[in-house]
Design a protein around this ligand. Structure first.
Ligand code: FAQ
Length: 325
């Protein structure tokens, strides 16, 4: 049942809300012109815009290594990957706009520090091995999260995830190939990639968000089938998939508590340092200030391009108007 979108006080009419929830329970996809509770719209704007910001800020740690890639093949792969992440950000911003909010508004929230983006991108990339480990672990974690989001109840978001996951799979493979090459290389190369794993393992687990008992948004998002699995469920899935991948290339994950539990068929893992997570999310991670400053500079430096494009569009419209007169 599709209803016109209401924007007045009747928007939260209990009958409308239950009709909406019945559609969700029925597995229907919610589309931009469908009626939706204001809270659903707000939650989606929050989550999708933060996701888009993560893709855009996520270009920076890897962009740092484009000029230092060790071969032409690696450089081409890395450029393509970073460009893909930019595309994902723009694609998701378009999805946010279907919810009735302007892209410039959500970008302003990122630049003035009101909006969050993924904690993982506030860590530095210190060696070439980090490019492999980001592809393997960070894109690997993103795939686990986003494959499930491809079944989210909001149509434009779910469809964006299907397309994005296809590209993320390539990213993960190129990362794992770098990791496998270094792990089978000289002792110095193996030590370099082990060091990268040691630095990125725990922050990758933090990407999935706080544990379920400490996740204020999960219950509502699960009820509305935006999220289909909890933060802890997805984190566990990622660990289960990744432990054998590390073993296959002879690398160690930096967690002495890792242990296979045959009863649950899960790899149990040690306690996450949540104080580090909260510090990074609050803006006090190793690179938060640098990342935001880089984005602000890009916004300033690109202003003339946006202004020129707008002036050109206005000129074209004036030409069309006078031709039609
Ligand atoms: N970092 O109640 P919950 C990628 C915030 S894309 C920072 O559990 P929710 C591709 C959360 O926003 C990576 N903040 O929240 C790539 C909330 O704050 P708020 C991004 C975090 O929404 C690869 C508060 O904590 N992916 O990697 C984080 O139910 C390589 C309470 O948390 C997505 O965004 C965090 N890690 O669950 C690009 C996927 N975790 O807004 C370049 C879509 C939580 O209430 C290179 N998003 N917070 O003030 C999601 O699946 C969810 O939003 C979660 C958080 C799971 C991230």
């Amino acid at each position: 049942m599709t209803q016109p979108r209401a924007i007045d006080a009747t928007a939260e009419d209990p009958a409308a809300v239950s009709a909406f929830e019945a559609r969700i329970a029925n597995g229907e996809s919610i589309e931009p012109k469908d009626w939706m509770p204001e809270r659903y719209r707000k939650q989606l704007i929050r989550m999708m815009s933060q996701h888009a910001h993560s893709e855009i800020v996520g270009m920076l740690p890897e962009g740092n290594w484009i000029t230092r890639a060790p071969s032409l093949r690696r450089k081409v792969g890395l450029i393509a990957k970073v460009q893909d992440e930019g595309g994902h950000g723009l694609y998701i911003y378009c999805g946010v706009e279907t919810l009735g909010v302007d892209r410039s508004e959500v970008v302003a929230q990122l630049l003035d520090g009101r909006a969050k983006y993924s904690s993982i991108f506030n860590y530095p990339t210190l060696s070439w091995a980090d490019m492999g480990v980001i592809g393997w672990l960070v894109d690997g974690a993103a795939i686990v999260n986003q494959t499930v989001l491809a079944k989210a109840s909001y149509g434009p978001y779910a469809r964006a995830m299907i397309r994005i996951c296809k590209e993320e799979n390539f990213h993960k493979r190129q990362g794992y190939e770098i990791v496998a090459t270094l792990a089978a290389g000289t002792p110095a190369q193996k030590a370099m990639v082990q060091d990268a794993v040691n630095r990125f393992w725990w922050p990758s687990l933090m990407m999935f968000g706080p544990s379920d008992t400490d996740s204020p948004n999960s219950a509502e998002l699960m009820r509305w089938r935006v999220k289909r699995r909890t933060n802890d469920e997805l984190r566990q899935r990622f660990v289960n998939l990744t432990v054998p991948q590390a073993a296959a290339v002879g690398l160690t994950l930096p967690d002495p508590a890792l242990r296979y539990d045959a009863a649950t068929e899960n790899w149990e893992f040690g306690e996450i340092d949540w104080s580090e997570f909260h510090q990074v999310v609050k803006g006090n991670g190793p690179c938060n200030r640098e990342r935001l400053e880089t984005r602000r500079a890009a916004e300033r430096d690109g202003a003339w391009v946006r202004e020129a494009a707008m002036a050109h569009a206005e000129k074209q419209r004036a030409k069309d108007r006078s031709a039609a007169a």
